[in-house]
Ligand binder design. Structure first.
Ligand SMILES: *Cc1c(COP(=O)(O)O)cnc(C)c1O
Length: 367
């Protein structure tokens, strides 16, 4: 492999294949799989990752916002794309690009019915709130919703879905089973009334791992699992992290006792020390919460704590006693430590860390 000479986010497509195959072992072969590629495919490389997933024959894609769906269409994604959180101002574009909206409130439903007046059987997805209290119709809304569909042939309900709030937490099993129960009730009312059968889906990655036996329905939705995280140490060996963040040492400084390092004297040396400056800062997605000794970078196999405050474009690490030179490669996260382990140093989670790696960081796809 060629040597890293700048801050680089490596995106390993073969790891995506591996993770998808592992997830598929958890579900029946007849169950459809939706790949969640919102937020630039969880901060990786949305274009390359989505094309790879399309090649691997996933059934559906999902994004959060309309612009993300348009970008997928422009990149050559021809599979159905569910937009999880469309806003009414984008409904015309939704239709132009053949994106499929999640309808989550009466306001949104009415506006989409208006926008789709000239369509026939346009696929829409109805989202139900079963306990997360974030987005979705209430279970009591069913009969009122059905009134809108009984006479309308412009749209067709492609799926009914809901989202679990604690699928990774087995202490909350009762809560999750209650969500599933509520969803089943909602679905039954539709299936008893409509003369066609919408798909049903509720499981995200942790749902697939923990509830595939009771709530698989017609489709499952995976995001974080495809990118290599199972939200549970017992799955670490089954998933392969897709993204690795690497950088280089720009400069090494010998620091004398009582000298300070970085803005606002973020660290004051008590003894002589050696620091390395890395071209990576909070504008790249490594926030200030990783500073002052919380996060660490790995240099030639040694863990080197971040010293002082993380700057916008740089951070400094303590390389005292570490054999290293300007130009050497450093690892932020990847296989060891994983993004999940790195995120934990600042009290956050893999989802937040990997989706925050900004577009300024060069992506390098490997396979
Ligand atoms: C983001 C999202 C997912 C993906 O969840 P993971 O835990 O990453 O698998 C699934 N469904 C909905 C509604 C989401 O917003």
């Amino acid at each position: 492999m060629t040597k890293i000479q700048e801050t680089t986010l490596e995106v390993d497509l073969s790891a995506i294949t591996h993770n998808l195959n592992f997830l598929r072992t958890k579900i029946k072969s007849s169950t459809k799989l939706l790949a969640v590629v919102k937020a630039y495919a969880y901060g990786s490389d949305v274009q390359q990752v989505a094309l790879h997933l399309q090649h691997l024959n996933v059934d559906y894609f999902a994004v959060a916002y309309t612009d993300e769906g348009i970008a997928l269409r422009k990149a050559g994604i021809t599979k159905p794309i569910l937009v999880l959180h469309p806003l009414p101002i984008h409904f015309a574009e939704i239709i132009t690009y053949k994106l499929e909206p999640s309808l989550y409130s009466f306001q949104v439903l009415k506006l989409f019915l208006k926008a789709s007046e000239n369509e026939k059987g346009y696929p829409v997805h109805l989202k139900f709130n079963t306990g997360l209290n974030r987005l979705g119709f209430a279970s009591e809304d069913v009969s009122e919703i059905l009134k809108h569909f009984s006479s309308n042939k412009n749209v067709q309900i492609a799926s009914l879905f809901s989202h679990l709030g604690a699928s990774e937490d087995l202490n909350e099993k009762e809560f999750t089973l209650q969500q599933i129960h509520t969803f089943k009730n909602v679905a039954e009312q539709f299936l008893n009334t409509l003369d066609y059968q919408p798909m049903l889906h509720i499981l995200n990655t942790s749902g697939i791992l923990n509830y595939a036996d009771v709530a698989q329905f017609d489709m499952v939705r995976s995001g974080i699992g495809l990118y290599g995280f199972g939200n549970d140490p017992q799955y670490n060996t089954h998933f392969k992290p897709v993204v690795s963040l690497k950088s280089v040492i720009s400069q090494i400084h010998e620091i004398r006792p009582n000298e300070s390092i970085g803005y606002n004297k973020g660290h004051v040396a008590t003894t002589a020390m050696k620091t390395a400056t890395i071209p990576l800062g909070h504008a790249d997605g490594i926030g200030r919460q990783y500073g002052k000794g919380k996060g660490f970078l790995t240099v030639n196999g040694k863990r080197c704590p971040i010293v002082g405050n993380v700057c916008m474009d740089m951070l400094m690490i303590d390389v005292t006693g570490v054999d290293c030179q300007e130009g050497d490669e450093v690892t932020v996260f990847g296989k060891n430590p994983t993004a999940s382990e790195f995120a934990k140093t600042a009290g956050t989670i893999s989802y937040e860390l990997i989706t925050a790696i900004s577009q300024r960081v060069r992506r390098k796809v490997v396979s």
